[in-house]
Design a protein around this ligand. Structure first.
Ligand code: HAM
Length: 422
């Protein structure tokens, strides 16, 4: 028997109320902040991610689902949404719009990762991006949006982690300093860190292996190496966050797995969902548009993992509204009544009512059992004799009461009212 591919999962109807709630809140909150919906293709040219996310990153080196299409072009299932959104901004000349341009999308991302709780090969994100503005007040607004969203969903105990990883002007000197420091400790660090030392030294900072911790504790702090512009940006951001009353933790070891970040980087951590506890992550990427061959355009954004948000909601026992049951279930006896039931179900739906119809030729008892299981408030029973007089039986499922009513007036009669309908 086939199974869903490793690291992917089916969204089953029982889970749907959580997703529906998350999506509802996403649209509400994004609208409140002036974000507009954008959807980019599921796949892009491979080089968009190689240049955007960065050649030396785990995503590009190990995790991309890349393939050659029948025309010989190398394409990649998007492992993230920021590079595609910047590509779309440049392609559609959005610099001509009032800036910043604020865009959000709900998307799936694809990464060939080692699956574990909260880490999937196909995951879903809310991605928000604000392009065309340098002001740190915009960084603060993006963070505020993210925290509003989590709060609106009822999540608690979250922690906003913040850092600045500088810019191409100040970061290289810091990296040199970091490497100089690690040079004296190369024999003591883990094998991954030995690789990081050569390939992606900033990632030395987020090693979780025990034996690296004492060395990390003495590592130089990036904040004391920021250029005046980056340092000023960070100080202003903290000021705006204080002004908005948003609590944060400055984490000098926070670095991100994508190369495009400049200045602000952030993550939001949630308690109780295990090692993969980042429910969101993002930052500023002022050099990305230029890296992609476009006009220099600053940007800031954050993406939030929907599966991890749902996991956190469950671990915090946050209740969600169950799916609404149908208003009415149509049962029938005999072929002419079945045809009338099909017509009636169309009429009821056209009147905006949710109606589900029986199929096959089950006994009335079996059909009423189905009606009960469906959670419908009412069953309408169509019988041949009654129909000849324009009548059907309307049964209030909760009260087990039934009356004979005219088929004509049914849509009005079934519309919810304060007093009930039978
Ligand atoms: P990211 O940190 O790679 O950033 O992903 C953002 C969030 O997506 C994570 O915090 C996590 O909640 C969720 N996520 C990522 N990968 C997985 C996975 N394999 N399984 C489950 N959830 C996952 C980005 O993607 C950047 N594009 C964010 C950004 C937007 N930066 C600027 N703008």
């Amino acid at each position: 028997m086939f199974r869903a591919p490793r690291g992917t999962q089916d969204l089953l109807p029982e889970e749907a109320p959580y997703w529906r709630r998350v999506e509802e809140v996403i649209h509400q909150v994004c609208r409140r902040y002036g974000y507009r919906l954008i959807a980019t293709p599921t796949f892009e040219e491979t080089s968009l991610f190689v240049r955007g996310v960065g050649q030396g990153t785990d995503i590009v080196e190990k995790e991309m689902y890349s393939f050659e299409d029948k025309g010989g072009e190398s394409l990649t299932l998007r492992p993230e949404a920021t590079a595609p959104v910047v590509r779309a901004y440049l392609e559609h000349g959005m610099h001509a719009l009032p800036q910043p341009v604020k865009l959000y999308s709900i998307i799936s991302i694809f990464r060939y990762e080692r699956p574990q709780a909260g880490r999937l090969r196909e995951a879903h994100q809310l991605n928000v991006e604000a392009l065309g503005e340098m002001d740190p007040a915009l960084d603060a607004e993006v963070l505020c949006l993210a925290l509003d969203l989590y709060r609106e969903l009822g999540l608690s105990g979250l922690s906003l982690q913040l850092n600045s990883t500088g810019c191409p002007r100040c970061r290289p000197a810091y990296i040199q300093e970091l490497k100089r420091y690690y040079l004296g400790h190369l024999g003591q660090i883990c094998s991954d860190c030995q690789l990081r030392y050569g390939k992606n030294p900033l990632r030395l900072l987020d090693c979780k292996v025990d034996r690296c911790q004492p060395i990390l504790a003495g590592a130089p702090n990036i904040r004391s190496h920021l250029c005046p512009e980056c340092a000023g940006h960070f100080v202003q951001l903290l000021k705006y966050l204080d002004l908005l009353g948003l609590p944060y933790t400055i984490n000098p070891r926070l670095v991100r797995g994508l190369d495009y970040y400049t200045k602000t980087v952030c993550e939001v951590w949630a308690p109780g969902i295990g090692a993969q506890n980042a429910v969101g992550g993002g930052g500023r990427y002022d050099g990305l548009a230029r890296e992609l061959g476009g006009r220099p355009t600053p940007g800031i954004g954050i993406a939030m993992g929907i599966e991890r948000i749902v996991m956190t909601m469950k671990s915090q026992s946050i209740a969600v509204r169950p799916e609404e049951p149908p208003r009415v279930f149509l049962a029938y006896l005999g072929q002419p009544a079945k045809e009338a039931a099909l017509r009636l179900s169309a009429t009821l739906r056209a009147a905006g009512l949710s109606a589900i119809c029986s199929f096959g030729d089950r006994s009335l008892k079996a059909q009423l059992k189905q009606a009960g299981n469906s959670g419908a408030a009412y069953a309408v029973i169509l019988g041949e004799e009654e129909l000849k007089r324009g009548l059907v039986t309307l049964r209030d499922m909760a009260r087990s009461q039934q009356v004979s009513v005219e088929i004509e007036g049914l849509p009005d009669r079934l519309r919810p009212t304060e007093a009930g309908n039978v």
